[in-house]
Design a protein around this ligand. Structure first.
Ligand code: 5GP
Length: 203
């Protein structure tokens, strides 16, 4: 099988991480692209697991050395995807999952559009998002306002994504994400077509 990319975007607090954790605990053959970020870890987040937490200087050095497939400034912090492990995972035939913002989505599309399936995950409205961010308790009032502002900007781009999940019920949303993921394995692009034709014609 050939490698493919699943891009997940959506506001912080929409339930993306919960849905992705469930997907990764159920399926093998996934490579989750661990982004690098200059933001501080939240309670419970682990370096090298949730993100590679690095300094602004290290991040800028990575940009200069061309280490990032894409990078963006989100909520006044840098976030970026390292190129090398992604290329290796694609070569190994894995489904590479990115949890990136809309800016990153457009940049990755430029390079890999033919092997990308994209999903935007959101709450049903901004009030529900605000409620979840307040309940999560990890951001101050100003950061929550920044995140809501950013979410409103991102929502304008949902029509560019292949799928939209409005996450009101986590089990239903998971079923939806899972069927998208499973159907990626049947995309003709994920096969070596010549190999399939040759083996079909054998004997
Ligand atoms: P958070 O701070 O809530 O973990 O993430 C904030 C936003 O940054 C989310 O929308 C998330 O998808 C996005 N993000 C995380 N990693 C990357 C990355 O490597 N590149 C880009 N462009 N966005 C990212």
């Amino acid at each position: 099988m050939k490698g493919q990319i699943l891009i997940i975007s959506g506001p912080s607090g929409s339930g993306k991480s919960t849905l992705l954790s469930r997907l990764m605990s159920e399926f093998d053959n996934i490579y989750f692209s661990i982004s690098s970020t200059t933001r501080m870890p939240r309670d419970g987040e682990q370096d090298g697991v949730d993100y590679n937490f690095i300094s602004v200087d290290e991040f800028k050095k990575g940009i200069d050395e061309g280490k990032f497939l894409e990078w963006a400034n989100v909520h006044k912090n840098y976030y970026g995807t390292s190129l090398e492990p992604v290329e290796k995972a694609l070569k190994d035939g894995k489904i590479v999952i990115f949890d990136i913002d809309v800016q990153g989505f457009y940049l990755v599309m430029k390079k890999y559009s033919s092997i990308i399936t994209s999903v935007f995950i959101t709450t049903k409205d901004r009030y529900e998002l605000k409620r979840r961010l307040i309940n999560r308790g990890s951001d101050d009032a100003q950061t929550i306002e920044n995140r809501l502002f950013n979410a409103a900007t991102e929502i304008a781009h949902i029509g560019e994504y292949d799928y939209l999940i409005i996450n009101e019920n986590i089990d239903k949303s998971y079923d939806c994400l899972k069927s998208i993921f499973v159907s990626m394995g049947s995309k003709s692009q994920s096969f070596d077509i010549n190999e399939v034709i040759e083996s079909w014609n054998e004997c």
